[in-house]
Design a protein around this ligand. Structure first.
Ligand code: 4NP
Length: 150
């Protein structure tokens, strides 16, 4: 069982989208038994809030539900609970370093697994949730291709 924590700043846009896209991709691959995923934010600003409506709508356009998800802040204890900690962008990696460091090399950006490693822009500011969805799918498919037990 590979355990993955997706991390962004607020845990209301990118990382919850990543969590539910990931669960959908794993299900489509028939690999539910092989993976476990959650998401969290480096900031506590949005703690307890549901997924931001435009992010939820973008998931729904692709037949993916994120019902029940509430934002939470990443904790130092999360470091021991997960095998991979996948950040949306470099600023989130720095936030994770402040929370728990990375003694075991678990922290990467989601798109570090793609052919074109890069940050995922914050749709809270860009407003382009379709671009966020496409970037997340690219990173998640590349990640699954690289770690899948096959
Ligand atoms: P996220 O987006 O990090 O993708 O969840 C944001 C959500 C909230 C804020 C910033 C980014 N904020 O400043 O409250």
């Amino acid at each position: 069982m590979i355990r993955v924590l997706f991390v962004c700043l607020g845990n209301i846009c990118r990382s919850p989208m990543a969590e539910f896209i990931f669960k959908d991709a794993v299900r489509r691959r028939g690999e539910e038994a092989g993976f476990y995923a959650e998401s969290a934010g480096t900031s506590g600003e949005e703690e307890g809030n549901p997924v931001y409506p435009p992010a939820r709508a973008e998931l729904a356009r692709h037949g993916i539900s994120c019902a029940g998800k509430r934002a939470r802040r990443m904790t130092a204890a999360d470091y021991g609970r997960f095998d991979y900690i996948l950040a949306a962008e470099s600023a989130n990696v720095r936030g994770i370093m402040r929370i728990c460091g990375d003694p075991q090399g678990k922290v990467h950006r989601i798109l570090d697994f793609s052919a074109r490693p890069r940050d995922i822009a914050d749709p809270w500011y860009t407003g382009d949730f379709a671009a966020t969805y496409a970037d997340l799918c690219e990173g998640i498919e590349a990640f699954l291709d690289s770690v899948s037990p096959r």
